[in-house]
Ligand binder design. Structure first.
Ligand SMILES: [Zn+2]
Length: 239
C-alpha cells in the first residue's frame, strides 16, 4: 500500500452527488489536510433524488450539483466535475469508460477512489445499480483503458491526452474490506459535508445517530477501541 506522502493527486469517481460523502468524506478531508489534491468526478447529477415534492424536478440537477460543490468545499476539495449521465439509468458503457478515462488522463492521479462493482449482499442499499455501474466503468477505465494509448484513440488524437496508469485504487462499500481510516477527529467535518446535501439529508432527523452507529461498527470491526469511528475500504494495487 502506498503511503499518503507518495500521493500528490487523488481522483474520486462516483455515480451520484453525496456518494463520496457517505462513503469517504472523513478520509478525503484527511487527504486534503495532508496537502493531497483531490478531484471529484460524478457520473450523474442525481436528478432522480430529492424528497420534497414542492421542488420542481427540473431544478434538481442544478441543486444537487451546488450541494456537491458545497460538500466538497467542506472537506477541502475545489475541483468537482460532472459527466451529466441520467440518474437511475447508469450503465458501464464504452462511452462512460471513455469519459472516465478522459478525466483520469487529465488529472493523472496516483490513487483513485471508486464504488464497488461487486454487490454487497450484507448492505443491499449500498449496492444501487448506478453504484455498481460506476464502479465497473471506473475500474475498466483504470485498467486497461486510461493506460492503453490505443484504447479510446480519440482521446490522444483529438485531445492530446497521454495514457496514465493509476497506481492504487480504493473501493468503497466492498464486502472484502482490508483497510480502515480512523475518522473520529474529523467526524464533524464529515457531518458538515453530508448536511450540505440538504435535498437528501434535511429530512433525516436521526442522521447523526445512524452515522455514529454505522462508523462505530466499522471501527469495532477494524479492532479500534470503543468510541472510535472509521471508514473502511478495499485497497488494491493497480500499478
Ligand atoms: Zn448513490
Amino acid at each position: 500500500m502506498l503511503d499518503d506522502s507518495e500521493i500528490e493527486r487523488v481522483l474520486v469517481m462516483t455515480a451520484h452527488p453525496d456518494d463520496v460523502d457517505f462513503g469517504a468524506a472523513g478520509t478525503v478531508s484527511l487527504w486534503s489536510a495532508a496537502g493531497i489534491e483531490v478531484t471529484y468526478c460524478i457520473c450523474t447529477d442525481g436528478d432522480a433524488g430529492g424528497f420534497d415534492p414542492a421542488v420542481d424536478r427540473a431544478d434538481i440537477p442544478g441543486i444537487r450539483r451546488e450541494e456537491q460543490r458545497a460538500a466538497a468545499k467542506a472537506v477541502g476539495v475545489e475541483d468537482v466535475r460532472f459527466l451529466g449521465y441520467p440518474d437511475g439509468r447508469l450503465l458501464s458503457s464504452i462511452e462512460l469508460r471513455r469519459d472516465l478515462s478522459r478525466v483520469i488522463r487529465q488529472v493523472r492521479p496516483q490513487r483513485a477512489l471508486i464504488q464497488s462493482p461487486d454487490r454487497n449482499w450484507a448492505r443491499v442499499g449500498a449496492s444501487h445499480p448506478d453504484h455498481l455501474a460506476s464502479g465497473e466503468a471506473a475500474m475498466a477505465a483504470i485498467y486497461p483503458d486510461a493506460r492503453n494509448p490505443f484504447a479510446h484513440p480519440e482521446l490522444l488524437r483529438d485531445e492530446g491526452l497521454e495514457d496514465w496508469a493509476v497506481a492504487e485504487t480504493w473501493v468503497m462499500a466492498h464486502p472484502d474490506n482490508n483497510h480502515h481510516v480512523d475518522i473520529t477527529d474529523v467526524f464533524d467535518t464529515k457531518m458538515a459535508a453530508l448536511m450540505a446535501h440538504e435535498s437528501q439529508t434535511a429530512h433525516m432527523d436521526d442522521l447523526q445517530d445512524r452515522l455514529l452507529q454505522w462508523y462505530g461498527a466499522n471501527a469495532a470491526a477494524a479492532g479500534l477501541p470503543d468510541g472510535r469511528l472509521a471508514e473502511r475500504f478495499l485497497v488494491v494495487s493497480t500499478a
